[in-house]
Design a protein around this ligand. Sequence first.
Ligand code: GDP
Ligand code: MG
Length: 304
Amino acid sequence: MSGEEEQEQTHCGFIAILGAPNAGKSTLVNRMVGTKVTIVSPKVQTTRGRVMGIAIKDHVQLVFIDTPGIFTPKRRLDRAMVAAAWSGASDADVSLLLIDATEGVKRDAEAIIARMKGEHRRAHLVLNKVDKVDKPELLAMTQSLMEEGIFDEVFMISALKGKGVDSMMDFLASKMPEGPWHFPEDQVSDMTERLLAAEITREQLYHQLHQELPYATTVETETWEERKDGSVKIEQVIYVIRDSQKSIILGKGGKQIKHIGEKSRKELEEIFDRRVHLFLFVKVREKWGDDPERYRDLGLDFNA
Ligand code: GDP
Ligand code: MG
């Protein structure tokens, strides 16, 4: 290079985040990206498709793949989610296995470890939720997990509080291969705004409704209308399987849906940083769980 300053070589790579449902995978991805790109809830299996969150550290672009938790698949939707999680891991340069340290290694985590061993894959071990667990317990857990022989490094973090996350990101950045960035500098996710908006409402369904009902729902953004004043009008349909579910979501005098809409709108305004007019509709579509198009929308393989 004749007299010119040498340009720093860019690096870019994919990091798959594996772990049982509720381990904190989505919380971690949002934390590392610095904004919400994937939804979080205390109920298991909230993340359905594969979501990419994109972060930059100096000259390195890190692309995180938030996977649905891996569990024993029963329904078609579950099978598609498990397939998405594994294909996320096989595309990646680095895999992290996230363990909820308050729970330890249970059936789901065991199944992931067994499968990784079978496929001769390696990963880094991440003990999450250390804000809730004592040191001696963490050390014992680390020791027994390292005996599995598939982990290189160990990180102890709190995705929720941010503890230990920065230094883990520095480490990950140092492992990314040389190459051009895959995404523009300002892109934080591979999700469209319409899909993210639908996910935000779906997240509220998980927060506001009890028990199993949220699992029977799906949300679609039907209209996205830019207004001259900078606001946006969003119309969404919440699909349910049965009539009885529809009345629960609507609530007495429409109170429940109003509450859900209110919460979702506030969140949308924060994420998109603009005023939002949100209109929610509830429709019964008995077989949405068997509708190939829904799977494509979510980036899932219908035939998994
Ligand atoms: P996922 O199913 O693995 O994607 O898990 P989520 O990110 O949806 O998180 C599941 C639950 O664990 C949520 O209620 C989170 O707030 C909570 N959580 C995630 N990370 C932490 C953490 O570091 N500490 C604590 N105390 N809770 C956490
Ligand atoms: Mg998740």
